[in-house]
Design a protein around this ligand. Structure first.
Ligand code: EPZ
Length: 429
């Protein structure tokens, strides 16, 4: 398995192109099931999770053509998905356990075919992550659902019908799954206490381009008026706000100035506020965002993760790496997932001073981190070790690079272009 070797200490200067958003592209790919026409996507990131979603959709009958020749210089790819006829409505355990986002096929399959059999995802490194809100919402739309042999068996032989669904808890995935299902339901659906993440808005915009009638995405209440069918569309995926935030944090921790090309400030406003309070400059430019810390020390700032527009849980680990070398202390509180501090022991092996108590981590800043062999159990924890390694003295070797390949396109190349010493050590598996 590949590893990544980083020699820390260089400040970063230059430009980093931001790729298309993984977490927008995944549900949008699943939305192709909702029409027999072609859904033409651009700015799709070239990532392991995107390939896994393609591997899930193809046996169902979705024809997928990827065109890398029309890539923009930033590496985004074009992908045409055509679900002319759905021949299989099963999402098997082997793929779902690899990637939980596979559950996004449940709503579209049920809406289009009236039946779906999707494996329950099972455990996850960052928390229990149940899918009860997806299942309960679909039942409220009229689906009959049974759990059997580790699978969700869903049927709606007479089609789905609109309903008012009040989520007891904000869920990005449940909002997206139900929004997709409701586009082909009879009548009106209201999703109350819906997630407001930019990826939810992107999915709604794509569905509307396909002929759906969705209002209110990005607000707490989404109204969907069902249509008899959807049609094909061309749609460009938004830039990845978590990749944006990760490279903003990298620049803050190493010092220097980096332009994040294509990035949107409104997508990372909560992080930008923390960075500014920590002593980092964040400015909009013609092409995106500029992040710089040329003089001056980092200062510790408290952070609490919340649903959008709050501070994203997907940037919590990276922000913690930043705070390990800030002056003073920072209290970092995780409210979304119960087990998202897996990076803490690894950061401590690099010299960080962190005390965890339930959902909060008290980070006391140290003068410097020192390189060490490290590994992590999920995507964002892994990249937090990249952040720490770039700031650390000496060499760090990060194992289990496959986590990074799930969510960061051309990570080493993007960092190296700005002056980081990063090398992939390829090993036969
Ligand atoms: C999405 O996961 C993202 N994944 C995650 O990104 C992200 O961390 C998360 O939203 C929160 O922002 C994709 O978009 C593919 P949730 P999702 O449903 O939809 C609980 C990354 O690193 N919950 O908003 O699964 C759940 O356990 C990944 O890119 C239920 O209780 O997250 C959690 O505590 C990791 N029942 C909370 O809600 C349910 O049925 C929010 O989860 C669903 C969720």
């Amino acid at each position: 398995m590949d590893k990544i070797l980083i020699k820390g200490g260089n400040s970063l200067n230059g430009a980093i192109p931001i790729s298309g958003a993984k977490n927008a592209a995944l549900p949008i790919m699943a939305a192709s099931i909702l029409t027999e026409d072609t859904l033409s996507l651009s700015n799709v990131p070239d990532l392991a999770d995107i390939k896994t979603m393609a591997n899930l959709l193809e046996p169902m009958g979705v024809e997928i053509a990827v065109d890398r020749r029309v890539n923009d210089p930033q590496g985004g790819q074009r992908m045409d998905l055509r679900a002319h006829a759905i021949v299989d409505t099963t999402a098997p355990y082997d793929l779902v356990r690899k990637m939980r986002a596979s559950v996004f096929v449940l709503g579209p399959l049920l809406a289009r075919c009236g039946t779906a059999r999707v494996s329950l995802p099972g455990g996850c490194a960052i928390g229990a992550r149940p899918v009860d809100l997806h299942v309960q919402g679909l039942e409220q739309l009229g689906a009959e659902i049974t759990l059997d042999g580790g699978y969700i068996n869903a049927a709606a032989p007479r089609g789905l019908r609109g309903a008012k669904i009040v989520f007891p808890k904000v869920s990005v995935g449940a909002t997206e799954n139900l929004m997709m299902a409701a586009t082909l339901a009879k009548g009106e659906t209201q999703l109350v206490n819906a997630a407001c993440e930019p990826e939810v808005i992107d999915l709604a915009n794509c569905l509307n381009a396909m002929g759906a009638d969705i209002e209110g995405a990005g607000c707490g209440v989404i109204v969907i008026r069902g249509a008899p069918s959807l049609h094909g569309a061309s749609y460009a995926i938004i830039p990845d706000r978590i990749e944006t935030g990760t490279y903003a944090i990298v620049t803050a921790v190493t010092g220097g100035r980096v332009e994040l090309v294509g990035a949107r400030l409104e997508h990372i406003a909560a992080l930008a506020e923390i960075l500014v309070r920590a002593g980092v400059d964040v400015d909009e430019t013609e092409n995106g965002l500029s992040v710089s810390r040329v003089n001056g020390h980092l200062k510790g700032v408290d952070i609490m993760t919340e649903p959008f527009p709050g501070f994203p849980t997907d940037l919590q680990a990276q922000a913690m790496s930043l705070m390990t070398v800030a002056e003073g202390a920072a209290m970092i509180t995780e409210t979304i997932f119960e087990n998202r501090f897996m990076h803490v022991p690894e950061l401590m092996r690099m010299g960080a001073n962190i005390t965890v108590h339930h959902g909060s981590a008290l980070v006391r800043g140290v003068d410097r981190l020192r390189g060490a062999p490290v590994m992590a159990t999920d995507l964002r924890a892994s990249v937090s070790l990249v952040v720490a390694a770039l700031a650390a003295e000496g060499e760090t070797v990060i194992s289990r690079v496959y986590h990074l390949d799930r969510g960061y396109e051309r990570l080493e190349a993007k960092l190296a272009a700005c002056g980081a010493e990063v090398e992939r050590l390829r090993e036969a598996s």
